[in-house]
Write a protein that binds this ligand. Structure first.
Ligand code: MF3
Ligand code: CO
Ligand code: CO
Length: 263
């Protein structure tokens, strides 16, 4: 069985469309930063993102209705690992950390990205967790080149995260993306011996490590979506959609603030 055959190589036209979707998703994250303050509900943040995507960018929020997900973005606070459902009763408070995960569809193609936000005065322990999670993503991105083995991405992330004594959530992974939200290949954020696939120019996928301060164990709440750490420790996640190029990779969801990667 040739696993490589199932990984799509995108055409130039597809790349242009995915680039547009990715740009919109990244602009949502930049736009929403100004609204992050104590007292605002995650429902309100969801509404602002929704309106921006639909009215200003003439795109569609990919999460809305995806497998029955009821809102336009995922908002995951503190010990929520991912897939937090925006709710008018969930109010940001001083010291919270939160992930907003934005995926959009524009001209039939998807883009997907997320980052952490800080609500006012966040304790050092939480800031360090977020910085390390982001750095693990950047370390992998910087090493990526065609011909590299897929599993190397996970091994770079795992090595760095575990050197900091954090843990990597195993249940969720990055994914190919294009005309579908989630395509082959799965991008694991830890080293796994069965991934002998080699990266090729034209592949597009996300990398989205979820990192916990405590143990890697998570569970899904009664709403069927909200994933939390079992030990109630803080969790962080950053996500980018990337394109494998002839020389390295293009971060399709790069925000202007992330100058580091442009060098
Ligand atoms: N954006 C998530 C990802 O990175 C998927 C969210 S699915 C939803 O793959 F239904 F929870 F929105
Ligand atoms: Co994703
Ligand atoms: Co996402």
């Amino acid at each position: 069985m040739d696993i490589i055959m199932s990984i799509d190589i995108k055409s130039t036209n597809e790349i242009i469309k995915i680039r547009k979707s990715c740009k919109i998703a990244s602009e949502v994250l930049t736009m929403i930063e100004n609204y992050i303050e104590p007292g605002i509900s995650t429902e309100k943040l969801n509404k602002i993102c929704h309106e921006y995507i639909v009215k200003k960018k003439h795109a569609f929020p990919a999460s809305l209705g995806y497998c029955g997900f009821p809102k336009s973005v995922c908002i995951s606070i503190n010990d929520v690992v991912c897939h937090g459902i925006p709710n008018k009763k969930i109010i940001l408070k001083d010291g919270d950390i939160l992930n907003i995960d934005v995926a959009v569809i524009k001209d039939e193609y998807y883009g997907d990205t997320s980052k952490m936000f800080f609500v006012k005065d966040v304790k050092k322990e939480a800031i360090d967790l977020c910085k390390s999670t982001q750095k693990s993503l950047y370390l992998a991105i910087k090493k990526i080149h065609p011909g590299m083995r897929l599993r190397k991405i996970g091994s770079i992330i795992q090595k760095y995260i575990e050197s900091k004594n954090y843990s990597i959530v195993r249940e969720y992974c990055g994914h190919g993306i294009g005309k579908c939200f989630h395509e082959e290949p799965q991008i694991l954020h830890y080293d796994a011996y069965d991934k002998e696939i080699k990266l090729k120019p034209g592949m597009i996928f996300t990398i989205e490590p979820m990192v916990n301060i405590g143990s890697k164990n998570v569970y899904t709440g009664k709403d069927g979506w909200t994933v939390k750490t079992k030990d109630k420790s803080l969790s962080a996640q950053y996500e980018h959609t990337i394109l494998i190029t002839n020389y390295g990779c293009e971060v399709m969801t790069l925000r202007e603030e992330e100058l580091l990667l442009k060098q």
